[in-house]
Design a protein around this ligand. Structure first.
Ligand SMILES: [Fe+2]
Ligand SMILES: [Fe+2]
Length: 303
């Protein structure tokens, strides 16, 4: 047991939380397209003063689509890595394999939830929205890094998801309740994931030793840079969707501003908020104070 968490206890909590996709999304639970989906701290549409209020609302919803589509993509990318950790060795915790198997099953369920969300969004929004991919290629690139670097990446994402709900979404009034409910249910299961990830991360970090952890931190930053370039591509897709839905092309100067400003907003959403997450930094700092310091040094670029 590490830090008061055990595989047995986390599995037990997770079984209690367990919800079904069909109970939280479906024709009887429509999204309200008159409301924003994302908190402004992530969408950052207010700075785009060349857009009217109704246009900024459309952009907010495009970002909401992209947010869950990106989680679907990331979870597709990391699922094989989680599954690879399931088999346990003699002497390891007797509940380890069952807890990790359950973790993988929950991520598979989340992917299904996000697929259903994309369908529901497509039915309610006036134009199609696109997302970067394919997940197979992006996942293969991420998983080409060492196991410890991938585990660190998974840990960062899981912590960020949790904090997004707790600090930015939960108390934000005026957001579409159905979109909020999806984030809440995702968070309910992600809170166990972040703790399970930490257990796996500690196992691997112990084996790798201090130099191995620093190597993983470097590779983690390479994964971050790769994701960041993908986010840059996503912003172009978001611009195309926005121009299509508002029925006008922005001027060249406005487009340049949009791409730079929204790329930074995406950076904060998916990378910066993870890099400053105290739970994530604490977990890393416990095995490598130097690794934590390295991430704290680069974090401002992503905020
Ligand atoms: Fe998930
Ligand atoms: Fe997760």
């Amino acid at each position: 047991m590490i830090q008061g968490h055990s595989y047995e206890r986390l599995l037990e909590i997770s079984k209690r939380v367990n919800w079904r996709v069909e109970d939280i999304i479906g024709p009887d639970k429509p999204m309200d397209f008159s409301k924003p989906f994302m908190p402004e701290s992530f969408a950052r549409t207010a700075e785009l003063d060349f857009l009217g209020a109704a246009e900024r609302l459309k952009l907010n919803q495009i970002r909401g689509f992209g947010y869950l589509a990106m989680f679907e993509l990331v979870e597709r990318c990391i699922l094989p890595a989680i599954e690879a950790h399931v088999p346990s060795k003699p002497g390891q915790d007797p509940h380890r394999s069952a807890a990790l198997q359950n973790f993988a099953a929950e991520e598979a369920k989340h992917i299904e939830l996000f697929v259903q969300f994309r369908k529901a969004f497509a039915e309610g929004f006036d134009v199609p929205c696109a997302v970067i991919g394919p997940a197979e290629d992006i996942g293969a690139m991420i998983r080409s890094h060492g196991k410890l670097a991938v585990a660190l990446f998974v840990l960062a994402i899981e912590w960020a998801t949790q904090q997004h709900w707790l600090e930015s979404v939960q108390d934000e009034e005026g957001l579409d309740p159905q979109f909020k409910s999806l984030l809440k249910h995702h968070w309910m299961e992600e809170s166990q994931h972040a703790k399970l990830d930490a257990l796996v991360f500690y196992e691997l970090a112990e084996k790798a030793g201090p130099d191995g952890v620093m190597q993983a931190v470097d590779e983690f930053l390479q994964i971050g840079a790769f994701i960041d370039s993908g986010l840059g591509e996503q912003v172009k897709l978001d611009l195309a969707a926005l121009e299509s839905v508002i029925g006008r092309r922005l001027t060249e100067a406005q487009r340049v501003r949009f791409l730079g400003q929204q790329h930074q907003a995406q950076r904060w959403t998916f990378l910066g908020s993870a890099l400053v997450n105290q739970g994530f930094l604490k977990a890393l700092g416990e095995v490598s104070p130097a690794g934590r310091a390295r991430l704290e040094e680069v974090a401002p670029i992503f905020c």
